[in-house]
Design a protein around this ligand. Sequence first.
Ligand code: PEP
Ligand code: MG
Length: 539
Amino acid sequence: MMKKGIAASKGYAIGKVFVKTDNEVKITEKKIDDIVAEKERLNVAIEASRTQLKAIKEKAEKEIGADKASVFESHIMLLDDPEFTGAMETGIATDSINSEKAVSDVIDTYAAIFEAMEDAYMKERGADVKDVGKRILDNLSGNADGGMDSIEKNTVIVSHDLTPSDTAQLDKSKVIGFLTNIGGRTSHSAIMARTLEIPAVVGLNSITDSVKNGDLIIVDGTEGIAIINPDQATVKEYSEKKKKFEEEKEELKKLIDHKTVTKAGKRVEVCGNIGKAKDVETVIANGGDGVGLFRTEFLYMDRDSMPTEDEQFEAYKHVTEKMGDKTVVIRTLDIGGDKKLTYLPLPEEMNPFLGFRAIRLCLGRKDIFKVQLRALLRASSYGNLKIMFPMISSLGEFLEAKEILKECMGELKAEGKSYNENLETGIMVEIPAAAIMADELAKYVDFFSIGTNDLIQYTLAADRMNEQVSYLYNPMHPAVLRLIKMTIEAAHKEGKWCGMCGEMAGDEKFIPTLVEYGLDEFSMSASSILNAKKYIMKN
Ligand code: PEP
Ligand code: MG
């Protein structure tokens, strides 16, 4: 059976399905006759949860340090709490209900108590309770490894959705592709897949209902197709496609040291987008002219507290030093939208992409913002670091951000810490208002970088995450093109440079238009750099 979705990350994979269970577990209440047996069933699931958590804790201690692994210790402590597990047994005994219902009732009660607390730390414990509860429920359903702990080599992950942090954690030595029901080409899990060079198809609607663990499956991330239990001939056809794809990739490697010059003789920079400091290696390996976008929010994910100034400084310094004199554009924290932090609970929003995110959050939480700005400034002494502010909609926001930056500079100076006093600061043009006002903004900034992932969704009112409106999400819509052209021209008029770090920049279909408009810098997933160089040189 073949299913068509949205091509999210190029390439081919042929492997075995692993269905990652959805976070939403449906609980149905059932009446139980044998109370003793039901309690035993519950205890087996609790015991299995404890064993798994101990193993995860040990692994985490080795890989990310005892400090960050302590979250699993608190999960184990919950399981050890007789009041907590006792309440589940009582539920079974007094109401003759199944374990699933008893567990979910207790979890709801405990989570609600924590979440109602004033103290931010205690509030967050609600998430721990839910996490532990989910683990017990998974064990009750015999589906304990929704958590992907036990996947084997040559696995294709199939799930309703993958969060950006799920994707960032995929083990490339085992996971060779992934398929999801929902999502668009510019959802962050798709972007991560391209960074990791894992073929992926998203927006497949109900792929999770069409497969089971162990099914053979083909992922065609180039065309956006999944083929379930293919016949021999199809497997052969795709093995050949895969081989050809890999040969072409090899061929492109010849361009690694090439300077990219358009037909008209204009030198352009082709840079890489990164999410973690270590991704800089792939940018270098793919011949990137610099880092055009460091999505720093990934430093804040997969942990249970904010990264400190020193931790951030080390990450920014690493990237900056590695790139030598090449440009490194580091974007300040862009949390919100599809990127959330478990330890920074924010009110639920009706429209997260239009909500309290990115620069809005940073200007509202100066305490968080200043830690990052100080780390960035300190790292600026080590190379060609530039700071970029996301989601700017007006000059006022940019000036306010600059004011806070100045405050940090003053502090560092007083502390005798060095930074680059001439460091460039720019903005992402990803809100239509910024593109429309680009002529004004260009007078104040050092550079623009057009964030088409958001610019397109806001201009066309088409959610970048929603596969049902993906047909409207069109980078070549004349309205989008006008905004891009206006932004580039406005920058040039003021003698500033203009880049693009949205996914459009790395897509060969759009490169001729962007070259024609005079874009100075193209930044993309590292895996697209060489192909983009080839197409820019053709135009
Ligand atoms: C963009 O919006 O185009 C962009 C590069 O930022 P992000 O994808 O992280 O929102
Ligand atoms: Mg954006």
